[in-house]
Design a protein around this ligand. Sequence first.
Ligand code: FEO
Length: 389
Amino acid sequence: MNNCKAIQISDKIFWVGAVDWSMRNFHGYETSRGTSYNAYLIVDDKITLIDTAKVTFAEELINRIASVVAPEKIDVVVSSHVEPDHSGALREVAKLAPNAEIITTNPNGLKGLTARYGQLNYRAVKSGDEISIGSRTLQFVPTPMLHWPDSMVTYCPEEKILFSNDAFGQHLATSVRFDDENDLATVLAEAKKYYANILMPFGKQAQAALKTLGGLELRMIATGHGVLWRKNISKILDCYRSWSAGDVDERAVVVFDSMWHSTEIIARTIAEAFAAKGIPAAFYDIKATPLADIVTDIFTSKYLAVGSPTINNQMMPTIAALLCYLKGLRPVNHKAFAFGSYGWGGQSIAQVEDELKAAGCEIILDKIRVANVPTAKQLDDITQKILAL
Ligand code: FEO
């Protein structure tokens, strides 16, 4: 038993979620600053819980609720998203409040929750549906594929609060709940990393959702992860507009693996050539940087150079993992090329180029292939090719 307490975020509205300080890997996304599972309790004529938490935090969630009201009194649970970081404690809540109506989207939320938690007291809603919980109204806005088919946000017009679930969130563990109580640069960096790793494939859906939500008066965005937005709402909306439009900066990312430093030397030459051209270049030895951070930088960089030596007729498995991950994220507006050194076959470089094409990148330079160790002349040729881009 712990003595976790709710945190008031508005009149009779409380944060009752959990902070996961130790979380370091969220289905492959390295979360170096932990995360939180945000849930909200609205004390109105109908006691309403918006989302739950990962099941391992069920006790913490229930204790926070109990610090305000007996959990048995919950009348309505809004399940914005089936993914278990938000719905994981639903069964525990339903055990305490079996008559509570569980609101979810039709049909995907209903299907997903039933598959995971069995038959509970569900009520499926569609776009435009709303309920009164007393002095407040909850309006439901399904946001399919942001980022699951079932995803939904909820707007409370009387409070001007958007309960946004995954949208606008960050994997960021903090002891205080609002954007203005934290270092804004860190919050925005984590919001970008979150968008890049979770929402990048769904730019079109994000643009559609922003159009729908754009007309709402917003005093607060109560996210499903990380801090809530109250001071920098227009800033995070502007970021989402730019990110979902696929805007890229005049910037290069050079990422490589190397066996005996030859590919690394080529990578350095490429990065320095971009810099000489006036294009800032990030230089990532893939062994030293988490994939989630590398794809976050790729996300808003116009140029991408990926290098791998050849091992057993293949690219290095580290680079294969990056390209597999990147392909799934469906990046847009990137100009790319492949490079690498090799001992004999050198198959890896064409494989990298093929995967860059498959990820949707435009190939702007033919494969840079160097046998064994690059000579000064070869490095100079590479520099000239980059300068000529
Ligand atoms: Fe935070 Fe898609 O779950």
